[in-house]
Design a protein around this ligand. Structure first.
Ligand code: ADE
Ligand code: ZN
Length: 346
């Protein structure tokens, strides 16, 4: 079954490109840009990845991306992710980026999006992976700063599929960004938001009702509210769940305590994603495998998770149908292999 978790075709829908920045690449880009990293070595940096909560992670996450300066840096970062994603059977990725974390350091929006867009095109050519960009606003910054960011992104309209909301959740409710999200939707962009990761179920309601999101990122605290749980099931609203992230940031004390299996049993459209794989110990198939082991997910549940990832994506219906038939083929192939295994042993 571990093998099935790896080989199933998947879409990844909750992935911060800056969270794929592996220590080795941080050091090599720092050297290219003649910037000193405040850690003695790759090993020392990796050893610092012990988090108490979301904020303690964010402090290192923002420090790490400080070495990204040029279009080439953003290109290299994204292409390194696509290579890993390809090896884990990701066929489609919807990727977050945090423009304010770069513009605040004097890097222009254009440098960020040009570098990422080139990697998006190259990954289609090189790996056949389709991808879309989701521009996130940092919720611990002001709504005015988010609106300014949105203005600088308008000229890149069709390179961005949606806007999102990330960074420190508690104390920064979705309603703070109502006007920004209204403007984004008026511009034709879809909306998503991190909600119910550390924040309460009320934040998930606000994301749904006020920001009119098409998916909820994380959303694991939704199950504390029975009405919200019912609503998510009725609407088949997707949650982009990130199991290893939730354990590393102490949302759950152990993967065995995670409510992902409960979500599937209730009929919630849950998906598995890696969030910030360079920091949390694994890419998307690693998350599938870890969740499968800890929660004893059945074969049917794994297949369901792979299908949900395409159902919840922003692909066109024709693209979605093509990818879903690839999941069906992989499952048939898997059953065929298992039948052969069984009969050879008989
Ligand atoms: N930015 C990067 N990863 C994040 C997470 N898990 N929650 C909120 N903001 C983030
Ligand atoms: Zn996230």
């Amino acid at each position: 079954m571990e093998k099935l978790a790896g080989t199933l075709p998947k879409a990844e829908l909750h992935l911060h490109i800056e969270g794929t920045f592996e220590p080795e690449l941080i050091f090599s880009i720092a050297e290219r840009n003649k910037i000193k990293v405040p850690f003695a070595s790759v090993e020392a940096l990796r050893a610092a990845y012990e988090f108490q909560d979301l904020q303690s992670f964010l402090d290192l996450y923002y420090a790490g991306m400080n070495v990204l300066r040029t279009e080439e840096d953003f290109y290299d970062l994204a292409l390194a992710y696509f290579e890993k994603a390809h090896a884990q059977n990701v066929l489609h990725a919807e990727i977050f980026f945090d423009p304010q974390a770069h513009t605040a350091r004097g890097i222009s929006f254009d440098v960020v999006i040009e570098g990422l867009s080139k990697a998006v095109s190259e990954s289609k050519k090189k790996f056949g992976i389709t991808s879309k960009l989701i521009m996130c606003f940092l919720r611990d910054q002001s709504a005015e700063s988010a609106m300014e960011t949105l203005e600088s992104a308008l000229k890149y309209g069709d390179r961005i599929v949606a806007v999102g909301l990330d960074s420190a959740e508690v104390g920064n409710p979705p309603q703070k960004f109502k006007d920004v999200f209204d403007r984004a939707r008026a511009n034709g962009w879809l909306t998503v938001a991190h909600a119910g990761e550390e924040g309460p179920p009320e934040y998930v309601w606000e994301a749904l009702k006020i920001l009119k999101v098409s998916r909820v990122d994380h959303g694991v605290r939704s199950l504390e509210d029975a009405d919200l749980t019912r609503h998510l099931i009725e609407e088949q609203m997707a949650l982009t769940v990130c199991p290893l992230s939730n354990v590393r940031l102490k949302v759950f004390s152990h993967l065995k305590q995670h409510n992902l299996k409960k979500m599937l049993e209730l009929g919630i459209r849950a998906t598995i994603n890696s969030d910030d794989p360079a920091y949390f110990g694994g890419y998307v198939s690693d998350n599938f495998r870890a969740a499968q082991n800890a929660l004893e997910l059945s074969q049917e549940e794994l297949e369901n998770l792979a299908r949900n990832s395409f159902h919840a994506s922003f692909l066109t219906d024709a693209e979605r149908a093509k990818y879903l038939s690839m999941v069906d083929d992989a499952v048939k192939h898997w059953h065929g292999l298992n039948r052969q295994d069984c009969c050879q042993h008989d």
